[in-house]
Design a protein around this ligand. Structure first.
Ligand code: ZN
Length: 174
């Protein structure tokens, strides 16, 4: 397993719809393991392949709480097969927009279907944080960031703050 570099916005790979994965082979399994390792190291609760500059429909998630058993999910070609009419608002962040947070309104409950690392079709219902996380990660596969759900005013404010953060980080690292 290996850590991968996380792409920071703005970057064209984050805006591009990702390609479906044609077959779940050992390369895909290695990639999913690398993504999980990268996500845990960050630390984060979800990571989509475009965030490591790979434009393929792959997502990893572990939204288990600190005191809960780990719940790693390796998802190939995930899609929402049902979403509730009821909505919820939760504060979100993103490993591609470090140090930035904002409220996002999403479906409060969803059902997601995907192929696991062995190519077997899985389904799972989710509510609360896990539901928001799954919707956030599938958005990444469609080139959508959480700030795209906000007003232009709020989005631009966050992107300006992020640009500043990037600059000061570059200075720190120099
Ligand atoms: Zn994200």
């Amino acid at each position: 397993m290996a850590l991968r570099e996380i792409v920071i916005a703005p970057n064209p790979v984050l805006k591009r719809p990702a390609d479906p994965v044609r077959s779940v082979d050992s390369d895909v399994r290695t990639l999913l393991d690398d993504m999980l390792e990268t996500m845990y190291a960050a630390p984060g609760i979800g990571l989509a392949a475009p965030q490591i500059a790979i434009s393929q429909r792959l997502v990893v998630i572990d939204a288990a709480g600190k005191d809960e058993e780990p719940d790693p999910m390796r998802m190939v070609n995930p899609e929402l097969v049902w979403k509730s009419d009821e909505m919820q608002k939760l504060e979100e962040g993103c490993l591609s927009l470090p140090e930035q947070w904002g409220d996002v309104v999403r479906h409060s409950a969803i059902k997601v279907a995907w192929l696991d690392e062995n190519g077997i079709r899985r389904e799972r219902e989710a509510t609360g944080l896990l539901s928001a996380c799954i919707q956030h990660e599938i958005d990444h596969l469609d080139g959508i960031l959480f700030v795209d759900h906000m007003s232009a005013l709020k989005r631009n404010m966050i992107l300006r703050k992020l640009a500043k953060w990037k600059k000061s980080k570059a200075k720190e690292d120099a």
